[in-house]
Design a protein. Structure first.
Length: 517
């Protein structure tokens, strides 16, 4: 819903601020800060809360917060002295104090307006119902968990723009015995059901979750969590986090497995999109081209499909990053254009914002990259690839400590992620920045052996082993690089990894030159 104050309109759906109908330019983090203050205008907002809402919980300085507040004030015609819109409560936080009102046209009854034409039938995107969990020998004080955990999962999944989540009022009607997956799937018209049990486990509690495909009744993912009673609050957060991260991986994989056979012309936009993801994560030139064709087909079928445009951005970024084609500058421009289209169509989609952030990597514009990636994380705090991409950006900017923490979050959220090799490679490069070459070599070796790792990851392993004086390890990775990409060069590495720190660049360059690269 739009928020109106003074001559301004804050439009969260379009992710923009307008003054008298004219868009006010704002950086993403400044908009997130302003929106959070408006949403919570009935109370004081602390600095710590703004760090979570705007920066995704990353460690930032007071100066960074002050900078975003100052920019927000400038955007709404306020300043540190006047404070008619955003008021500073010294030592405590901030308040949004301007009056927010509904415009006259919003008060007109809906019956005064003709009904809009029926929208075209959308593509059959995945849908899920979260059922209330079942209690098994559970003490009465803990019975609340059987509703509380599913409710929190529903709230978290509502952030996923690619997944339709059935409202609690409908899914909680199916309470009691073991669920009849096929019956519930037909009644609620959903493809997936998440169910679970909560039971006493010694002096604590254990929660078992199960994700089923209603079309086949097959279990496609399950897990078990346990904690002592004192750890139940942390357990609830852990369950929600892992469920959201798991669904980001397992539902797309299942969609690929169950997609109808035939050409892309015979599939709907969502099926083409998920098949595109399947090829995109194989990280070869042939599969990348195949993924781009599938995403393009999805866009042709549904021009408003934001995630398909974001997928096209991902494939063009990969063309530029891996030098699959002879025109990386063109590929990078197209990656940016597709990402911008995705964000315009759905500004709240984390995948679209993720691709906007990545489009600035190869230009070395790490600040703008960080802004967009921070927004992707704010939109979905459980988005593993968003945390990884932010960690990668921090590593390039010589913020090794923040990069290592970000990689830890990404790996914990999605240990089997298709980009796991990149997460481990970022960890290796972060240790290299810190000057711990033994750690860098260890993680570089692990990264280069991880499925999906490309020759640039082998270059990281080569550099780290060389700096660690491990000649045998360096020879292994040099041979691998020469076999996979004979034209690999030092310039190629720095074009894909625009490291900021001059001393680190010199060490990397010296290590590569030692091997004729």
């Amino acid at each position: 819903m739009d928020h109106h104050f003074g001559p301004f309109t804050l439009d969260p759906d379009r992710f923009e601020l307008r003054r008298d109908g004219v868009r006010v330019p704002m950086e993403p983090q400044v908009f997130l800060l302003l929106r959070h203050l408006v949403d919570h205008r009935d109370r004081l907002v602390t600095k710590e809360e703004l760090v979570d809402a705007v920066f995704g919980g990353r460690a930032v300085s007071d100066a960074a917060i002050a900078s975003r507040v100052r920019s927000a004030r400038e955007a709404v015609g306020d300043d540190g002295t006047r404070q008619a819109v955003i008021r500073t409560v010294h030592g405590q936080g901030f308040r949004f104090v301007a009056e927010v009102y509904a415009p006259p046209w919003a008060q007109v009854a809906e019956t005064d307006h003709p009904a809009p034409d029926a929208a075209p039938t959308p593509s059959a995107k995945p849908s899920i119902a979260i059922l209330p969990f079942q209690a098994r020998a559970l003490p009465l004080p803990l019975a609340v968990l059987t509703d509380a955990i599913p409710h929190e999962v529903i709230q978290a999944l509502s952030r996923l723009r690619w997944l339709m989540v059935i409202a609690r009022g409908s899914s909680f009607r199916f309470r009691g015995a073991d669920p009849d997956v096929a019956c519930i799937g037909t009644t609620l018209n959903v493809r997936y059901i998440l169910s679970g049990t909560v039971e006493a486990d010694g002096s604590g509690v254990a929660v078992t979750t199960e994700l089923c495909d209603t079309r086949t009744a097959a279990v496609i993912w399950a897990d078990r969590f346990a904690a002592p009673q004192a750890g139940i609050p942390d357990l609830r957060a852990q369950i929600v986090t892992h469920i959201v991260a798991a669904l980001e991986v397992y539902i797309p994989l299942n969609e690929v497995r169950t997609a109808p056979l035939g050409t892309s012309d015979n599939l709907d936009a969502w099926s083409n999109y998920h098949l595109g993801l399947h090829h995109m994560y194989r990280f070869t030139a042939t599969d990348n081209a195949r993924a781009a064709a599938l995403f393009a087909r999805a866009v042709q079928q549904d021009p408003g499909f934001a995630r398909a445009h974001a997928g096209l951005s991902f494939t063009r970024f990969q063309d530029a990053f891996m030098r699959y084609r002879d025109t990386p500058d063109v590929a990078l421009r197209e990656a940016r254009a597709h990402a911008e289209t995705g964000v315009t169509l759905d500004p709240l989609d984390p995948f679209a914002n993720f691709n906007m952030g990545r489009s600035y990597w190869l230009q070395g514009d790490l600040d703008r990259s960080s802004e967009w990636l921070g927004r992707a994380i704010a939109l979905n705090p459980n988005y593993a690839q968003g945390h990884y991409a932010q960690a990668f950006t921090d590593m390039l900017g010589n913020r090794a400590g923040s990069a290592l923490a970000g990689v830890d979050r990404a790996v914990n959220l999605s240990p089997l992620d298709p980009l796991a090799y990149g997460m481990l490679g970022t960890r290796a490069m972060s240790w290299l920045h810190k000057g711990d070459y033994a750690q860098a070599a260890d993680w570089g070796n692990r990264a280069a052996r991880t499925p999906g790792a490309h020759f640039l990851i082998s270059m990281i392993a080569l550099i780290a082993n060389t700096l660690d004086c491990n000649d045998d390890g360096a020879r292994v990775w040099l041979a691998d690089i020469r076999a996979r990409r004979p034209d690999a060069s030092q310039a190629h590495f720095f074009q894909s990894f625009p490291v900021v720190d001059g001393a680190v660049r010199h060490k990397i360059g010296t290590a590569l030159a030692r091997h004729g690269l």
